[in-house]
Ligand binder design. Structure first.
Ligand code: UTP
Length: 504
């Protein structure tokens, strides 16, 4: 165990000795825990972290002055589309994606270390269920999409294949996530193919560069952002595990997008056939000021530029056909080759610049009383997963339809966007559209046919409730056999076990 004297000397070097100010009055257990926590902080790194946080926070926010002249959209030859252009090409990409999945060359990697503060639940966001008739959680929907995509790839190629699921967690999410997966029997996946690992934590810092004590015996630590992925991959030899399994291509995604297509064969196939080392799915921005990062180029280098960095004039620029020039909204849905991830972890990770998030961080005052601040008082430093795009040799983007692929759960229902209600509606509207496309129709309480609305947007409540298990259909395929030419009362639940249609 580290002695108090040692720890004090290290903290002095880091300029953070105040973290020990209650140490003398602590009971032996909490005292040992605090010393262990502090001993794990490397003095020079801690000093630099606190200095950078305070300095970054002092810089004025807003658009970078010279950015407009350096910004360009991605060249069209670097952009594929799930909905524009040649359907034959999309079949080719899909077939390549399934081919790679069937050869066990593909893995999915979930970023699930976030604290979900905006949603305001005390458990990991993946355990949240948005109120679907089936009451499935986000984790369950994802697990079932993995099983379905394995099945589809296996059927096409006459093999049994495995899509390993890597899950990055944090101190906040690891314990409950492991427990939940065990309770749920890993959603019928082989536990050997579900690999959980933990990202690092960093101290939250005051505006004048002092690490914050959350309790007398605990430093306020926060996960190091979803770009903490690259350190975590190295810390836990995750890429070595992938290599042992023969994985070459990795689909990285966020926990909160209820419509996420895990290991989407079309996207994987597009990236592989383009020879890409790094790729991003994008959706068209809904309006110029929409607060999403834009995938574009700065000085010819691919990047995600935050909406706050783009001036309103630049955000408004349009192409001759009226569409926004900078319209490629980033949805945290990425393709990486294992080789690229290896280069990033070995060479480029230290070059990533952390981003500043100003937050309300609970702390203890000078007398040791716990305080819940009502306004932001601290800085959390986070790296972002997309900040490695700049290092790609062959970067591509792939446009997808928002209604089909993107509805994130960020906020509690009191907000007007990205809530449990909007996520639930998006999924049910999609399943309703799929059912209509498969030739079903829906009946009201009197048996009268409801209007057909195949282009129903995700923001609208569908006229009937229809939920289709991901084990039955991954992206709308294979539903005709159950639905064509039939009329159903609401709700229609296409059940996973025998794909039977329940009509209450
Ligand atoms: P968000 O930026 O939306 O953060 O994460 P969050 O933690 O989920 O929610 P708030 O901001 O506290 O309300 C986008 C994705 O990145 C993951 C999240 O789990 C989510 O999948 N993430 C975020 C991490 O894996 N680690 C982090 O340190 C932060």
């Amino acid at each position: 165990m580290a002695s108090e004297q040692d720890v004090r000397a290290r903290l002095q070097r880091a300029g953070q000795e105040h973290l020990l100010r209650f140490c003398a009055e602590l009971a032996p257990g909490p005292r040992a825990a605090l010393l262990a926590e502090l001993a794990a902080l490397e003095p020079e790194a801690l000093r630099e972290h606190c200095r950078r946080a305070a300095a970054a926070c002092a810089r004025p926010p807003g658009p970078a002055p010279d950015l407009a002249a350096r910004l360009r959209p991605l060249p069209p030859e670097r952009v594929g589309s799930a909905y524009r252009g040649d359907a034959g090409m999309r079949r080719l990409w899909e077939s390549e994606g399934f081919h790679q999945i069937s050869r066990n060359k593909v893995a999915v990697l979930l970023l699930a270390g976030g604290q979900g503060t905006r949603l305001g639940v005390t458990y990991p966001k993946g355990m949240y269920q948005v109120g679907l008739p089936s009451q499935k959680t986000l984790y369950q929907l994802q697990a079932e999409r993995i099983r379905r995509v394995e099945q589809l790839a296996g059927e096409r190629h006459g093999t049994r294949c495995v899509l390993p699921w890597y899950i990055m967690t944090s101190e906040f999410t690891l314990g409950p996530t492991v427990k939940f997966f065990k309770e749920q029997d890993f959603f019928c996946l082989d536990p050997n193919n579900v690999v959980m690992f933990e990202q690092r934590m960093l101290p939250a810092v005051t505006f004048d560069g002092k690490a914050i004590l959350e309790r007398k015996d605990k430093v306020a630590l926060a996960p190091d952002g979803n770009g903490g992925l690259y350190c975590a991959l190295a810390d836990h030899q995750v890429l070595e595990d992938m290599e042992r399994r023969g994985v070459e291509f990795v689909h990285v995604y966020c926990v909160d997008n209820i419509l996420v297509r895990l290991a989407d064969p079309v996207f994987i196939g597009f990236c592989v056939l383009q020879g890409a080392d790094c790729g991003a799915k994008v959706v068209e921005k809904a309006y110029p000021e929409e607060p999403v990062g834009v995938v574009c180029q700065v000085d010819g280098v691919p990047q995600v530029v935050e909406y706050s960095e783009i001036s309103p004039e630049t955000a408004q620029l349009r192409r001759p056909d009226g569409s926004l020039l900078y319209s490629a909204g980033n949805i945290c849905n990425h393709f990486f080759t294992r080789g690229f991830l290896q280069t990033v972890t070995r060479e480029f990770e230290p070059l990533l610049t952390p981003h500043v998030a100003v937050k309300k961080v609970p702390y203890v005052d000078e007398e040791g009383n716990p305080v819940k601040p009502i306004k932001p008082n601290g800085i959390k430093m986070e790296k972002f997963v997309f900040d490695v795009f700049q290092f790609a040799k062959n970067f591509v983007a792939f446009e997808v339809l928002r209604d089909e692929e993107f509805s994130p759960l960020k906020n509690a229902d009191s907000a007007d966007r990205d809530t449990p209600s909007t996520a639930r509606r998006a999924l049910l509207a999609q399943h309703y559209r799929w059912a209509l496309q498969a030739g079903a129709h829906f009946l009201d309480a009197h048996g009268v046919q409801l209007p057909e609305m195949p282009s129903l947007p995700s923001s609208a409540e569908p006229p009937a409730v229809c939920e289709i298990s991901p084990l039955v259909s991954y992206s709308g395929e294979g539903l005709e056999v159950y639905l064509r030419g039939q009329g159903f009362p609401s709700p229609l639940i296409l059940d996973e076990n025998r794909a039977r249609v329940l009509q209450p």
